[in-house]
Design a protein around this ligand. Structure first.
Ligand code: ATP
Ligand code: MG
Length: 385
């Protein structure tokens, strides 16, 4: 007979990436906060305005960018305090413990606006983008509720953000593309008829656009296979990325697509000079999502269906990161449980448990998290009670 032996509990032994401790100073509505966690998911409850989203926002600054609210740096400063804000996190990673700190750079703040400094393991990296080499993260916030219903721009940025954690070089690609595009528009607007200069910029745009489009398509392919592995609690999404370069890459290798883009940019010079925007390019693409069972484009789905599709998409992404990257992701879920029926809530909690990731969840009611193995904290006015 096969006896089922109890598994020994080894605290945090091969635990995937997790925040072991986080300290905040003068961040948003916090004065000083220190939170000791384990590898388990963390649930933050508390009344409206107690600081739940602010705490997730602090964690979201462990990846490059402006965090889950896309806030201006000045807004992160506790406006009742003079001392600069700072966030420090002690991580347990597969490679061992690592401390990451970020905060307001008081010196830079005085002259050329705000800047955030980053420390990784006590060293100052060349740029924020180094964070992506140490931490992968995904989040769902109430702000994203309209993502599937509204314009292409937000969805494209969303898709690019997914690529950042998957392929850390993507951020630099997008920056290079946008810089060349801005420069080209400036020349066209100012009537600088320097054909060689314009061609050089269009060449840079064509090359980076193809690299961006290829990375997006690659992401979509991986996401599709991860979606196929999801359970039945959340609806399955059919996803595709559509855009000039993406569409051409479906049939052609990269070089002819680059040539076609270069030609399209050159043709559009007159029109772009008039409109002040670029008519074609990687900045026009869209992530299209369809509810598979209903064969319904996501923007026509109900609010609840859209939310469920979004969660399904993010779960697929988190599954993918947990499997593909050398590091598992942190998963931030702001204000999510209250909007799910019990069946879906349980499915979500089971998925979090089975992936073994450290998810951070917030809500006003503790009962919404019944059944989730987690560490619970209650917040009140920026303090743990
Ligand atoms: N820069 C700042 N300085 C001081 N307080 C701030 C700052 N920015 C935001 N706050 C305060 O933080 C509080 C909001 O915190 P947060 O959004 O984290 O609340 P929450 O717990 O997520 O609430 P809800 O349940 O409504 O989502 C508000 O009271 C707001 O006034
Ligand atoms: Mg909130």
């Amino acid at each position: 007979m096969n006896a089922v032996l109890p598994q020994p509990v080894i605290e945090d032994a091969a635990a995937p990436l997790n925040v072991a401790r986080i300290t905040l100073a003068h961040f948003r509505n916090y004065d000083e906060l220190r939170l000791e966690c384990g590898a388990a998911p963390v649930v933050l409850t508390g009344m409206n305005g107690s600081g739940k989203t602010n705490l997730l926002e602090a964690i979201s600054l462990l990846v490059p960018g402006h965090g889950l609210r896309r806030a201006a740096l000045g807004d992160l400063q506790n406006h009742k305090k003079k001392e600069s804000w700072a966030v420090a996190v002690e991580l347990r990673t597969e490679m061992g413990p690592l401390t990451i700190g970020t905060g307001r750079d008081a010196e830079a703040a005085s002259d050329d606006g705000e800047r955030r400094v980053v420390h990784i393991g006590g060293k100052v990296p060349r740029g924020q983008s180094a964070l992506a080499e140490h931490v992968a993260m995904a989040w769902i916030t109430p702000d994203m509720d309209r993502l599937l219903a509204e314009g292409a721009s937000a969805r494209r940025k969303f898709l690019d953000r997914l690529v950042y954690s998957f392929d850390p070089a993507h951020g630099a690609r997008v920056q290079r593309y946008e810089k060349a595009m801005r420069e080209r528009l400036r020349l066209l607007r100012d009537g600088v008829a320097d054909a060689a200069w314009l061609s050089a910029l269009e060449d840079e745009m064509a090359q980076t656009a193809v690299a961006i489009a290829a990375a997006r398509r690659h992401m979509i392919q991986h996401l599709r296979s991860s979606i196929a592995e999801g359970g039945d609690a959340f609806p399955r999404a059919d996803i595709e990325v559509r855009g000039t370069a993406e569409d051409m890459l479906a049939d052609l290798p990269a070089l002819p697509v680059e040539d076609a883009l270069r030609a399209a940019f050159a043709r559009a010079r007159g029109e772009d000079a008039q409109s002040g925007t670029c008519a074609v390019g990687a900045h026009r693409s869209d992530l299209r999502v369809t509810h598979r069972a209903k064969q319904c484009p996501a923007d026509l789905c109900s609010t609840g269906e859209q939310k469920a599709l979004l969660i399904a998409l993010m779960l697929a992404y988190v599954r993918l990161l947990a499997r593909q990257r050398r590091m598992t992701p942190l998963f931030l879920l702001d204000d999510i449980a209250a909007h799910l029926d019990e069946y879906r809530r349980v499915a979500l909690f089971e998925e979090i448990a089975s992936l073994g990731i450290q998810a951070w969840l917030t809500g006003t009611e503790r009962e919404s998290f019944n059944g989730l193995e987690a560490r619970f904290f209650t917040l009140e006015n920026g303090k743990i009670v």
